[in-house]
Write a protein of this length. Structure first.
Length: 282
């Protein structure tokens, strides 16, 4: 049966209704999903009832799954899953936002030599207020760069560092020595070409620390300015989570962030996995 996607915004995102992803999906449907993924960048599958094993199995459709270096967030039986929750041992909200870095615009795994491809995320527990996830189109951001910025950014590369972004946003729980040693700083083109669509996008976000070849403070100023400049309200989709919601998005041409919420009153639990693109950004 052909998929009947409904666009979520004019520019990005489609809703796909009627698929039970806990069951095996045939090859034709999988190809349709892959095609929609490249065309619309965000796929929303409505409410699903997915076990952790089924979550991992579906994620593997998009490629090799990352085992995240921040192993304190691993789901014990499935280390491919990165679980973020503010629910304490007593079953109540503990007032702690599990990863404050997710409040800032970023793209998953840009701090790796081989960067994030698809992020596949499932909502176990949703808030009634706040905690929404925003997605911003980086194809459109590139198209709207001024000629001056395009000239300045031509062939420029930004250094990305998980240690930098973690310390900046979540410094009260720094990376361990082992985690830092396994994630050296890497650099990527600021204007990258998507390996499948061949379209240009801006590739920055909160993990970008400085710009190769510029004085550190100059590069920081450029990155801070650009991270604001490249987000456009009309190129953004905001997702209000419901329990069981299942989304997939393309990190190579999007940034995303999570809204704040009252972690002392509202419970929120999500689990996600991320596939890694085996091709270096160019």
């Amino acid at each position: 049966m052909p998929l009947n996607p409904r666009q979520l915004t004019k520019n990005i995102g489609v809703e796909i209704i009627g698929l039970d992803l806990s069951k095996k999906t045939n090859g034709k449907t999988l190809q349709e999903i892959q095609d929609l993924f490249l065309e619309y960048q965000v796929l929303y599958f409505g409410q699903q009832n997915l076990s952790s094993a089924a979550h991992v199995r579906f994620g593997q459709i998009f490629g090799e799954l990352q085992i995240h270096v921040m192993n304190q967030y691993h789901e014990s039986a499935h280390p491919e899953l990165y679980r973020l929750s503010n629910i304490g041992e007593d079953g109540k909200p503990n007032g702690i936002f599990p990863d404050q870095g997710t409040h800032a615009w970023h793209t998953d795994a840009s701090w790796q030599e081989y960067t994030g491809q698809a992020t596949i995320i499932y909502c176990e527990l949703a808030t009634s207020k706040g905690g929404d996830t925003h997605f911003s189109d980086m194809y459109g951001a590139y198209d709207r760069l001024s000629d001056d910025w395009r000239h300045k950014l031509k062939n420029m590369r930004a250094a990305h560092s998980l240690h930098f972004s973690r310390n900046r946003r979540h410094g009260h729980q720094p990376m361990t020595h082992e985690q830092r040693n396994s994630t050296p700083t890497v650099d990527h083109p600021i204007c990258r070409t998507h390996p499948d669509t061949h379209k240009k996008s801006v590739f920055l976000g909160d993990h970008a620390e400085h710009i190769i070849g510029l004085p550190y403070e100059t590069g920081r100023a450029w990155i801070d300015e650009l991270n604001q400049l490249i987000v456009h309200d009309d190129l953004t989709y905001k997702h209000k989570w419901k329990q069981g919601d299942f989304l997939v998005w393309d990190n190579r041409c999007l940034m995303h962030r999570v809204e704040n919420y009252d972690a002392s009153r509202e419970g929120r639990t999500i689990r996600r996995c991320t596939t890694i693109d085996p091709r270096r950004p160019h």
